[in-house]
Design a protein around this ligand. Structure first.
Ligand code: NAP
Length: 322
């Protein structure tokens, strides 16, 4: 086992291959989780305005910077939320994120989704026409938002090949990173190949099969458990190793100390083990994070086609690239 591996971005910056995810880390949990993670060697933190916990992450950072780690030895990613896509809102939201975190720069700033919401003072506004849907802002294009981001250390998230190609063709500026859902049930081979060709680093989110209640986590698949038993590893370590084998960075989320620690301990898969884990995705294409299917009191449906998934065929709206 080893830990602490880095990959190089197109900017020549080094990104630690394993990072800590923080989505759905509840208040009072995430401060602790970030402190434990940094004390145990994590140097890459994945954050976002919409996770509504950056102020707590900021409190944890105060406890470990500079006593445990220098700021410049951390790699901190955050994301522009959908309600700030209009160019005049981009930099103010970045500044708000920096204020919440109590730091003066990010290592990476991503456009969180290729979807805009209205800027109402709320992160999410319910549609007036349909109380089961979020309100969308159909005015700003991806290119408008991208042009406002260009002055910053930038990447994107949840962007498909055509979204990336569209913003790059229009501006000549390629994102440094695309953060996407990727795991054995959603390997996204075409997007992986495209990003490799254009020197775009990929970060895989939901590597363990997501954080949403009620879904079978990939850690619970028998094939994953069998490889884990064979290697004397945990199923989560096997899934992180599957992403590492594919050459990108991976950001498992946990708020539990033992898991935060073990998820960071790397194991190496043989080609045979890698193929066994890949095989669980055959004919089982599963994208956990498809916003048109959101349907909880807190997460209403986004009536827009982002990924061309079957479930999105009924969407009223398409992404406006240019
Ligand atoms: N860009 C985007 O749109 C986007 C979307 C989704 C996620 N993300 C980022 O990616 C991160 C990771 O994705 P995710 O949170 O969806 O899911 P994930 O990391 O695949 O899975 C997290 C779930 O697995 C559990 N878990 C963690 N370690 C485990 C272990 N060793 N054994 C068994 N279960 C374990 C966690 O519970 P405990 O906490 O109780 O351990 C939690 O329920 C997020 O936190 C976020 O930072 C980004």
């Amino acid at each position: 086992m080893s830990d602490g591996k880095y990959l190089t971005l197109s900017t020549n910056a080094k990104i630690p291959q394993i990072g800590l995810g923080t989505w759905l880390s509840k208040p009072h949990e995430v401060e602790n989780a970030v402190e434990i993670a940094v004390r145990n060697g994590y140097r890459h933190l994945d954050l976002a305005m919409i996770y509504k916990n950056q102020d707590e992450v900021g409190r944890a950072l105060k406890k470990v910077v500079p006593s445990v780690v220098k700021r410049e030895d951390l790699f901190i990613t955050s994301k522009l939320w959908n309600c700030s896509h209009r160019p005049e809102h981009v930099e103010p939201e970045l500044n708000e994120t920096l204020k919440q975190l109590g730091i003066d720069y990010l290592d990476l700033y991503l456009v969180h989704w290729p979807v805009a919401f209205p800027h109402t003072g709320q992160l999410i506004t319910i549609s007036e026409e349909n109380p089961n849907e979020v309100a969308l802002d159909l005015e700003p294009s991806l290119v408008d938002t991208w042009k406002a981001m260009i002055a910053l250390p930038i990447g994107v998230s949840n962007f498909s090949i055509k979204h990336i190609q569209g913003i790059a063709d229009a501006t000549g500026v390629w994102p440094v990173v695309d953060q996407i859902e990727a795991h054995p049930l959603l390997p996204q081979d075409d997007l992986v190949a495209f990003c490799k060709e254009h020197n775009i680093h990929l970060t895989a989110y939901s590597p363990l099969g997501n954080n949403l209640a009620g879904k079978l986590k990939i850690v619970d698949y028998p094939e994953v458990q069998a490889v884990a038993t064979k290697l004397g590893a945990t199923p989560a370590q096997v899934l992180v190793a599957w992403g590492v084998y594919r050459g990108y960075s991976v950001i498992p989320k946990s708020v539990q100390e033992s898991r935060i620690k073990s998820n960071f301990q790397q194991v190496t898969l043989s080609k045979e083990d890698y193929d066994t884990i890949s095989s669980i995705g055959h004919n089982k294409h599963t994208r956990f994070n498809t916003p048109i299917t959101y349907n909880t009191p807190n997460d209403k449906k986004w009536d827009i086609n982002i990924f061309d998934e079957e479930a999105e065929k009924s969407a009223t709206h398409q992404i406006k690239i240019i």
